[in-house]
Ligand binder design. Structure first.
Ligand code: IPM
Ligand code: MG
Length: 355
């Protein structure tokens, strides 16, 4: 039996997660395996009921589950709370406590959606990129992180720090992934300026040379990488990068494919794993059945692939999404001329049927 912690969170998080759970229930039938779902609160909803974004109950239950499926957290209602009390802290707390150091964010272009991209079709058709983002280090977690006041002048400080061990383990994740794909890693840094990046480049090069001679490694500065992603995205296979650069580049990569509503992610550590859509809680469309459940459903597919080693079923779910799109069904974020608009739930049902 597999125990899965389900944290729907806020906004459209609840709507899309229930469609992902639908697909996981279907998967449990197909695999003839029992899945136990443990629903937990985190984010704004947890602030409202427990007074903090990541209650101890939620954290300890998530720690005991190994696998977490998350929707999204946050919303305008909680935006003005102090830093430690914001919904986003639930996410950072889970990443740190579960030691989810490897964030895997695929950006795949579905043929049926080439028109939804803001870029020309010949540039985006066939995009298949994975961003491998370091998730528990760098400027997100470095100390000091504070606002001080000296002589009446306020000063904000954050610290970017990486040890070679942190760089090594994420590099291994990226190279292993590249070996199963097109054997090409682009390591993105700012080694012309930042010391963390100089170390990053040195360590990544060393690992490539010793352990992965069959994988091609390129280095690219982050400013250039953000430009190359628009100019010629198909030059990329696996993009390996640190926490904040990965945050920014994965949003950029997602938009190449037309909608951030399509993109799943996996955050993996040695013991635990968390799966969530790349998109946020989208409070403006919450509760209206407008949200695209595909990112959450594909996150469930990643859960099956990475945590349960059910690659074939994961591929089947991906294929089911493709079929439904090819049949002309869309959610509001990806409608185009001549397509049929479905609600969040209808989209989930269609995908389940296609599986
Ligand atoms: C993401 C989000 C988070 C991040 C926020 C919500 C803390 O943007 O998962 O990319 O910055 O990591
Ligand atoms: Mg982000």
């Amino acid at each position: 039996m597999f125990k899965i912690a389900v944290i729907p969170g806020d906004g459209i998080g609840t709507e899309v997660t229930s469609q992902a759970v639908r697909i996981l229930k279907k998967s449990s039938q197909i695999l003839n395996e029992k899945f136990e779902f443990v629903e937990l609160k985190a984010g704004g909803i947890a602030i409202d009921s427990f007074g903090k974004p990541l209650p101890d109950e939620t954290l300890s239950a998530a720690l005991s589950c190994d696998i977490v499926l998350l929707g999204a957290v946050g919303g305008p209602k909680w935006d003005n709370l102090p830093y430690e009390s914001k919904p986003e802290q639930a996410l950072l707390g889970l990443r740190k406590s579960l030691e989810l150091y490897a964030n895997i964010r695929p950006a795949v272009m579905f043929d049926a959606l080439v028109e939804s991209s803001a870029l020309k079709q010949d540039i985006v058709k066939g995009i298949d990129i994975v961003v491998v983002r370091e998730l528990t280090g760098g400027i997100y977690f470095g100390k000091p992180a504070t606002i001080t006041k000296e002589d009446g002048i306020r000063r904000g400080v954050n610290t970017m720090t990486y040890t070679e061990l942190e760089i090594e383990r994420i590099a291994h994740t990226a190279f292993r992934l590249a070996k199963s794909r097109n054997k090409h890693v682009t390591s993105v840094d700012k080694a012309n300026i930042l010391h963390t990046s100089m170390l990053w480049r040195e360590v990544v090069s060393g690992i490539a040379k010793v352990n992965y001679p069959d994988v091609r490694l390129d280095h690219m500065y982050v400013d250039n990488a953000s430009m190359q992603l628009i100019r010629n995205p198909k030059q990329f296979d696996v993009i390996l990068t640190e926490n904040m650069f990965g945050d920014i580049l994965s949003d950029e990569a997602s938009m190449l494919t037309g909608s951030i509503g399509m993109l799943p992610s996996a955050s993996i550590g040695t013991k635990h794993a968390l799966y969530e859509p790349v998109h946020g809680s989208a409070p403006d469309i919450a509760g209206k059945g407008l949200a695209n459940p595909v990112a959450s459903i594909l996150s469930a597919a990643m859960l099956l692939e990475y945590s349960l080693k059910q690659e074939e079923l994961a591929r089947k779910i991906f294929r089911a999404v493709e079929i439904v799109l090819n049949e002309g069904y869309r959610t509001a974020d990806i409608v185009s001329k001549g397509t049929t608009t479905l609600t969040t739930e209808q989209m989930g049902q269609r995908i389940e049927a296609a599986i």
